[in-house]
Design a binder for this molecule. Sequence first.
Ligand SMILES: [Mg+2]
Length: 214
Amino acid sequence: MTVGKAEIRATFWDCGGVLLTNGWDEHARKRVVEHFGLNFDEFERRHYNANDMWERGKIDAQEYLRETVFYTPRAFSEGEFFSKMRDITQVLYPATIEFLGALRARSSRDNSTYMLSNESRELMEYRIPRFGLDGLFDAYLVSAYIGLRKPEAAFFQCALDLSQRRPEECVFIDDREENLEGARKLGIRGIRMTSPEQVIAELRRLGVTADRAA
Ligand SMILES: [Mg+2]
């Protein structure tokens, strides 16, 4: 597995838009907020700052919901609202999850895998086991766990530190160009996700395959 002089020894994976649907993006927010008959613009105005704190693990789901929805009495409960938020997550690309499973199962384990995700603790706690993502990664770098968000350089530095890999030994897969740009600033190669087939083919060109090692 060589690329120029560097061997790829770690793959870094985004979650929303690569494995699962996005946890709490604008589309998800609009669906849930309108389901409960709330004003979307008013919600969005309150969402931005509260969400940044929530995704950095500075506040919990209950505080986030009190800032954005339950600052006034409602006809529904926090639990009902959160369940709806949680339940809209779906698998987006089963083929990416399958590829990761195969990569992990290879007899030669010279490729470690890491999740790099901007997500709240509570949504991630639900998403990881619900969709079988536990066991697919050597570590889960979730913004709420580490207090950093992509595309901050410190987020990617943390991934390099925890993996003990040099930037040229790593490749990062994400569906957002701004996140890939952040990683490239540290010298980490990026693949922009458009489909599982395209990502798997690009990884193969870099020498990363789920084929049984010779
Ligand atoms: Mg994404």
